[in-house]
Design a protein around this ligand. Structure first.
Ligand code: BGC
Ligand code: NOJ
Length: 822
């Protein structure tokens, strides 16, 4: 069952009913000012840090789930009021649509021949959300209306806001001037920022005290002020500050009215904090007024809206696919890339499942997010890589998380996830291959943000490698530490206290528990490091590359000798040196991660292990909705395994389809040249392909979720944790590079597709180092005997590249035509 449809021409998903199985959300804003918005206009806004600078209040985990948002109440004389997004009043609408687009959401609704279109977006270069409302009287008689806006302010720090009432119910402060409501809580003391909510026309009243607006014993679905059509002009002192405007409108038959509401954020320098030195409690509003003036007219807002569309148009023109397959085109051209932008911006901090208060930026998460984002805005990827490297510690280990505002490593969770350091190589290499900017390796960066410890990024990467080499276990495989990519495989935690966090409990390092996953990572990214040495390592580079080569051989041998279980790659050794992910285990006999990652690292390609590992993965882990993480699922808690066995069977890391690792399996298939299998794995978890099962899948059909309940669960196929998942980046890498075969490399653009039968020809436009490559790829059907002889042929602007090469050299034109025959 579907709840809407893809409008590909507009690059939108159009939701046709408000009662989606979960709030289906979208993100407004790309950089500093961010809003989350659901299909019923719920959600919140924040400036840069979802925890520390939250503008509006949202109640996570509430009943109903989606409580708190940007609410407009439309009240016609004598009739029940209604909201363009259906919530919170739930008045039945005659028409309802929510269009989630790239950086905007539009609500189109109608009631009693009054139509309303509400467009919400964050303009490109201003810290505010714009809400443009168009009301049209489609009836034959004049309509007398009152429109109420409503948002509730959050007292900035979202954690304190939800727990420290003895203080924070005393601190709220508000100012109202003309048609703008200013939220200035804590401005009198240590904050130099405030928020405002204004409208571009005269108001007949306002409220800033939530309880006055709602009235006694009432919720958002029945505000007294709306019912009585009478704002109280209340000014909040402490308690619960809100912002609501009252606007009276008269619409003649056929007449349309447009209003612009602006929710903004302003920082003042300490010197210019106040209106004047004599008016110490009156905030300096000049910046807010500038923003209000800038967007005072519909024309200016429409212009900004168009600028946002142009911006996305130009970003998405960097990779465009024409495959003839509608679902594939829509995911590649629109939603994959859009989700990559979102994960890059937010890491795992703020979604409808991540509360914005728990985590800052994840180290490994952000490194991987770069892989799918770097082609969009390489400069921002560069900045991020430098930030990430600066939270690395001198011994090469890295903080697991850091705070986006301070850029400091997060002490609560610390370090010891032994895969973390190697991801920095992955991100850096992807960046250099995309841009050619190898100078980034020379950037001097501190360790752990400590001044005086600066060393080049190259040195940081070296420390990553050395960290792994300095932490090998009894089989010569990397020690897992607290956990590896699977942060629930806690082989050294032995946690027995209820409620103790597996992520931060004392790590009782055994010096024994080893990870085959990190071993495979070491091979993959260690090879990339060796190549960096060879290419950019200066005089000693070749020597270092050679030494690295020896280490890589040792690691490969350790994997072949101790990491192979007979039919698949082992997952790990626990703290007692016992196998994890082996035929010999009672539960958790086979895991997906080492199958995917070992083969991605080209392990076992010559000795049959790769093929056997992937076949075993198919046999044991593959269901209709993708490849499960492990099988059989753990049915009881094993303290020597940790959090993974804390989840009921089929959920999360305990054997759900944990989408992030499915693209690894698909990329692995391409290493074996199995295009059909690769594409099949791509398709099984791909949201657009699951749209028809929306009532089962439940999360948004336009973006990936972290996890889909597995066959052992009681809700097979049900997804959770949509939006912020590494699946976004890895899927884009998989489909664009591994399957469609467009691979940026140091000296050019490589074309190495591995295609399924259903794709016989396709076109890609790829912007790469200043040139747009217009590539047409055709598959030539070859007989068995021919296929050994004939290799890929590539013609660039009509000229054939020398036989055998699959790399188009860097072009110094702005555009070129490429014809590829494979
Ligand atoms: C989850 C993981 C997550 C980790 C850190 C665990 O409870 O299962 O998927 O990465 O917490 O937040
Ligand atoms: C989610 C975390 O954000 C990510 O870092 C981790 O790799 C996966 N869970 C797997 O456990």
């Amino acid at each position: 069952m579907k709840y809407g449809f893809f409008d590909d021409a507009c690059k939108e998903y159009v939701i046709e009913r408000p009662d989606t199985p979960l709030p289906w959300i979208n993100y407004l804003g790309n950089k500093d000012f961010i809003g989350l918005i659901s299909n019923t206009a719920g959600g919140y806004a924040f400036y840069r840090d979802a925890r520390l600078q939250r503008l509006t209040r949202f109640r996570y985990n509430n009943v109903p789930a989606d409580t708190g948002g940007r609410y407009y109440y439309i009240k016609e004389k004598g009739k029940k009021a209604w909201n363009p997004g259906f919530l919170p009043m739930k008045t039945a609408l005659d028409e309802y649509k929510c269009r989630h687009g790239l950086g905007y959401s539009i609500f189109e609704s109608k009631k009693d021949n009054l139509s309303c279109s509400l467009t919400c977006f964050v303009p490109l270069n201003e810290n505010c959300e714009l809400h443009r409302i168009e009301l049209k009287n489609e009836s034959k008689s004049t309509k007398q209306l009152t429109l109420y806006s409503f948002i509730e302010w959050c007292l900035w720090d979202a954690v304190d806001d939800s727990e420290n009432y003895q203080r924070n119910l005393n601190i709220a402060e508000i100012e109202v001037e003309d048609n703008v409501i200013y939220h200035k809580t804590e401005y009198r003391e240590r904050r130099s920022h405030y928020a405002f909510f204004g409208v571009n026309r005269d108001i007949s009243g306002f409220d800033t005290d939530r309880d006055v607006f709602l009235g006694p014993l009432r919720g958002f679905s029945e505000p007294l002020v709306v019912e009585e059509e009478k704002s109280q002009n209340s000014i909040a002192h402490g308690w619960y500050p809100c912002a609501s405007h009252e606007i009276k409108l008269e619409l003649l038959p056929g007449e349309t009215e447009e209003l612009i509401f602006i929710l903004g954020y302003v920082e003042n320098s300490p010197k210019e904090k106040w209106e004047s030195e004599f008016k110490n409690n009156i905030i300096n509003k000049s910046k807010a007024k500038q923003i209000m003036t800038r967007f005072a007219t519909s024309e200016s807002v429409v212009k900004e809206f168009n600028a946002l569309s142009d911006y996305w148009q130009s970003l998405l023109s960097r990779f465009k696919l024409d495959s003839g397959i509608v679902k594939l085109n829509r995911m590649v051209n629109i939603w994959h890339q859009y989700q990559c932008m979102t994960t890059f911006n937010l890491s795992r901090s703020a979604s409808y499942f991540e509360s914005g208060i728990g985590r800052g930026m994840g180290f490994r998460d952000s490194c991987q997010d770069i892989l799918g984002f770097v082609h969009l805005i390489p400069e921002r990827a560069r900045e991020r890589i430098l930030d990430l490297a600066s939270v690395q510690r001198e011994d090469g280990s890295t903080y697991h998380q850091y705070q986006p505002l301070t850029k400091m490593g997060n002490h609560n969770i610390g370090s010891n996830f032994n895969d973390d350091p190697l991801w920095l190589i992955a991100a850096t290499v992807a960046y250099i291959k995309e841009t050619g900017d190898s100078k980034i390796l020379l950037e001097d960066l501190p360790f752990d943000m400590v001044k005086g410890t600066e060393a080049s990024l190259f040195e940081h990467l070296r420390r990553s490698v050395q960290y792994t080499l300095g932490h090998l276990g009894p089989h010569g495989l990397p020690l897992i530490g607290r956990a590896d990519w699977n942060d629930c495989l806690n082989l050294n935690s032995f946690s027995t206290e209820p409620g103790e966090s597996f992520q931060s409990v004392d790590n009782k390092e055994s010096g024994v528990a080893e990870s085959i996953f990190i071993a495979a990572m070491f091979v993959l990214y260690g090879e990339q490091y060796a190549e960096l040495c060879q290419r950019f390592g200066g005089a000693d580079g070749a020597k270092e590359a050679k030494l690295m080569g020896q280490e890589l051989d040792k690691m490969r041998n350790a994997i072949y000798e101790h990491g192979w279980d007979g039919e698949w790659f082992l997952r790990a050794y626990n703290a007692f040196g016992e196998k994890v992910g082996s035929q010999s285990c009672k539960e958790g006999k086979i895991y997906i991660e080492p199958q995917g990652f070992c083969v991605m690292a080209k392990l076992g390609l010559d000795n049959g292990m790769a093929e056997q590992a992937l076949d075993s993965m198919h046999d044991h882990l593959l269901g209709d909705f993708g490849v499960e993480l492990l099988s059989p699922c753990y049915t009881k808690y094993y303290k020597e395994l940790g959090e993974i066995s804390s989840y009921p069977p089929g959920y999360k890391e305990n054997g759900s389809i944990f989408c992030h690792n499915n693209p690894w399996a698909s990329i692995a298939e391409t290493k074996l040249g199995r295009g059909d299998e690769a594409f099949d794995l791509y398709r099984r978890i791909c949201p657009a392909y699951l749209e028809k099962f929306s009532e089962i899948h439940r999360t948004e059909p336009y973006v990936y979720s972290q996890t889909i309940a597995g066959r052992s669960s009681s809700s097979y196929g049900e997804a959770k944790n949509s939006w912020l998942t590494g699946t976004a980046a890895w899927t884009f890498v998989n489909i664009s590079q591994a399957i469609l075969g467009i691979k940026p490399d140091y000296d050019g653009l490589k074309i190495e597709p591995c295609l399924p039968k259903e794709i016989s020809s396709y076109k890609v436009e790829r912007f790469f180092r200043g040139c747009t490559y217009k590539i047409s790829i055709e598959r030539i059907e070859l007989s068995e005997s021919e296929s050994n002889k004939i290799k890929t042929k590539i013609f660039v602007d009509g000229e054939e590249l020398s036989a055998g090469t699959q790399q188009i050299p860097i072009q110094d034109k702005v555009e070129c035509e490429v014809l590829v025959q494979v």
